[in-house]
Ligand binder design. Structure first.
Ligand code: SF4
Length: 393
């Protein structure tokens, strides 16, 4: 019996690789896979490559050799998250600027299930503060099993969605009841970066000599803003790239918000939205998050928006990544790799992703629409603080 414990305290690690192998060998199933931004910056370490080596193309080729029918990118749904979360941020800001004293500010990011789990347990009186936007993993599942399933004429019950995540809390997130339709989960199985590496080795795939493959369309297209979700500060930087243009109606010339980057546990920055000074807070690590949340609770927070990620460095330091043993040099190299991937992208703002534009035109209407709310938003629940330990064989 082997149990790994998630550093976010969310859960124990259950490996679903055998379930995925069964799904891949079932001809009645269409098996779709999504890969989180941080995975490509660390997977190579399991094959002896130096930290910070990007293996995006080899990862795609390996997934193709493993037999997945469609290889998509969570970066796509990170772009979608920005469309919904950025719209929510602007709506709350506009209400605030119009003098609405009831509006909940700061808005908190909601894409990290380790963090969501933490505030549901520890701040049950603040459940209306975080954005209602689902995480990119769950937005992907919801869109794959509706829009994409309809496009290819597959019943959602015959589609299996697998996610490759740097994270162990994502395993628990995809099992939450609010992310199911008639008991069928939007994301069936979530495996970690380490588990994917073991799966590739088990299949005898010569990872290091694989050619670079490309993601499939349409849920494989992404902007640089989607990629930087993997780093602490990346979600709020991506949100600023889009929210700035939506708020000011002007083109953002410099997309790199260096003030939002870095490794300090708590960071602050002010971003100029054409005269509106937006105060941003960033925390990674749950001890740091607690400090910012205590200020929100006491009504003392100076921020309009706060990004919180549970793991050190954000998802690049997630509990499902190759072990880094607290080595900040390894984390810094992964962070640099993610910013390199962002720079290489032709499109670096979420709202300019052509597949996202098409998704709204063909299916969702506009950000924050009724359909977008049904598929892409969620709610939070107060949780007890009892500690339950699940052991499994
Ligand atoms: Fe998972 Fe990323 Fe949150 Fe860590 S920071 S718990 S890896 S979503």
């Amino acid at each position: 019996q082997c149990v790994s414990v998630c550093p976010t305290g969310a859960l124990t690690e259950v490996d679903h690789t055998n379930d995925i192998i069964r799904a891949l060998s079932d001809p009645t199933k269409t098996v779709v896979v999504q890969t989180a931004p941080a995975v490509r910056a660390a997977l190579g370490e399991e094959f002896g490559l130096p930290p910070g080596t990007l293996v995006t193309g080899k990862m795609v080729s390996a997934l193709r050799e493993l037999g997945f029918d469609y290889i998509f990118d969570t970066d796509f749904s990170a772009d979608l998250t920005i469309m919904e979360e950025g719209t929510e941020l602007l709506q709350r800001l506009q209400q605030y600027l119009a003098g609405d004293t009831e509006v909940r500010l700061p808005i908190l990011t909601s894409c990290c299930p380790g963090w969501v789990n933490f505030f549901e347990h520890n701040f049950p009186d603040l459940l209306d503060v975080p954005s209602t936007a689902k995480s990119p993993q769950q937005m992907f599942g919801a869109i794959a099993k509706s829009y994409f399933a309809e496009k290819i004429g597959v019943n959602r019950k015959d589609m299996i969605v697998v996610s490759i995540m740097p994270c162990l809390a994502k395993k628990y997130e995809c099992q939450r009841d609010e992310f199911k339709a008639d008991g069928n989960p939007d994301v069936d199985y979530s495996i970690s970066t380490r588990e994917l590496a073991a799966f590739i080795k088990q299949a005898n795939i010569d990872f290091l000599n694989l050619p670079d493959g490309n993601f499939d369309d349409p849920l494989g297209e992404s902007s640089g803003a989607g990629v930087i979700f993997g780093n602490t500060g990346g979600v709020i930087e991506a949100a600023c790239r889009t929210a700035y243009e939506l708020y000011t109606g002007k083109t953002l010339e410099k997309v790199d918000f260096h003030a939002l980057r870095g490794m300090e546990g708590i960071r602050s920055a002010t971003v100029d939205f054409d005269g509106l000074q937006l105060n941003i807070g960033i925390a990674h690590g749950l001890g740091n998050a607690r400090k910012l949340l205590n200020d929100v609770k006491a009504g003392k927070s100076q921020y309009h928006a706060i990004e919180i990620m549970a793991c050190p460095g954000g998802c690049i330091g997630g509990g499902g990544q190759p072990y880094h043993h607290g080595n900040s040099e390894i984390l810094s190299k992964r962070i640099a790799a993610i910013y390199t991937e962002d720079k290489r992208k032709v499109i670096r703002k979420s709202h300019e992703n052509p597949s996202i534009i098409r998704l709204y035109e063909e299916y969702l209407g506009k950000p924050g629409s009724h359909k977008a709310h049904q598929l892409l938003h969620t709610e939070y629940f107060p949780k007890s603080n009892e500690v339950t330990i699940h052991l499994h064989g």
